[in-house]
Write a protein that binds this ligand. Structure first.
Ligand code: NAP
Length: 291
């Protein structure tokens, strides 16, 4: 590796890179620290997180805000969105928090709202396609309307919102898109066939976006959470049989937490991932690599 070739430490090497941009004479460790913090600093960047009125999206929005981003919260339920926006405003200040309400499956509404954001709020530099739904029913009983609803919300939405946001990003020559996948991107379980198909499709949509837009300076990647302990999954955590299956099935021997998703999300939204293209990162305690 390049930083081992002449006995230099990583800090020295990082400082060397940093000096190319800021030619000041400071101890190398200080420069390296600044280099590292700048790599992941999202200050001044506008981030839209779909489905951030609650759940994982809300925590991803918090992580990006903690890293300095200005956040556009999003959801369908206006009351819930307003409550989340009030909480964010008290933490980060009104100038760094916006909220928009629209259905991610409605093409016309997506076009109208993304155009309005870009005109009235600013250029979206980070998009997290997070909004999603689950519908559990054996495949033999699955109605086509429910199949379509799950596909529309988990997969088509990422195309609709991604396409509209990417118009501006491609023009500006930079942007980060993070598609929230799942272990069901790679693994199947009974009763969630539409979700599994949608999340598998989302990984290939991530690759398709990369094939078309990476050359214009965009990085598009996926994050695939495993089983995350949230309010929504509390009933599964409390279910002794399911809980012991999860613990036995996960090499890390625990449920994931929303905090576990923060680091990878910040990394993929930041300059620290500028040459990471089209990948889906599994954050699942190793569940998807063992049988
Ligand atoms: P959640 O708590 O049910 O929240 C879903 C969010 O999406 C809400 O903000 C909801 O807004 C929004 N939403 C749903 N349908 C929408 C639509 N048609 N238009 C606009 N907004 C819509 O879900 P979650 O558990 O946090 O999951 C978030 C993402 O992570 C999903 O993509 C999911 O597949 C993925 N994931 C979750 C887990 C897990 O353990 N929970 C694991 C792996 C992957 P309203 O409240 O206004 O309806």
């Amino acid at each position: 590796m390049f930083w081992e070739s002449d006995g230099a430490t990583f800090a020295d090497t990082a400082a060397g890179f940093y000096r190319q941009w800021v030619p000041v004479d400071e101890p190398s460790t200080l420069l390296a620290r600044e280099f590292m913090s700048q790599l992941f600093d999202l200050s001044g960047r506008l981030a839209l997180v779909t489905g951030s009125s609650r759940g994982i999206g809300r925590e991803l929005a918090r992580a990006l805000a903690d890293a300095g981003a200005t956040i556009i919260l999003h959801g369908r339920d206006e009351q819930r969105l307003a409550e989340t926006a009030a909480d964010f405003t008290s933490r980060y200040g009104a100038e760094r928090v916006h909220s928009v309400c629209f259905d991610v499956t409605d093409d016309a509404s997506v076009r109208e709202n993304i155009a309005a954001i870009e005109k009235n709020i600013g250029a979206i530099r980070i998009l997290v396609n997070n909004a999603g739904i689950q519908h559990r029913v054996p495949m033999l009983d699955l109605e086509v309307a429910d199949w379509q609803r799950v596909i529309d919300t988990n997969l088509t939405s990422a195309f609709l919102v991604g396409r509209e946001v990417a118009r501006g990003m491609v023009e500006r020559g930079e942007g980060k898109i993070i598609n929230i996948c799942s272990v069901q991107t790679d693994l199947a379980r009974p009763t969630i066939s539409a979700y599994t198909a949608a999340k598998g499709g989302l990984r290939n949509l991530t690759r398709a976006m990369t094939a078309e837009w990476a050359g214009s300076g965009l990085q598009i990647n996926g994050v695939a959470p495993g089983y995350i302990h949230t309010e929504m999954t509390q009933n599964l955590v409390d279910d002794e049989k399911f809980n012991s299956w999860i613990l036995g099935r996960t090499p890390a021997a625990r449920w994931g937490t929303v905090e576990d998703l923060a680091g990878p999300a910040i990394w993929l939204a930041s300059d620290g991932s500028n040459y990471v293209n089209g990948q889906t990162i599994f954050i699942d305690g190793g569940m998807s690599v063992v049988v």
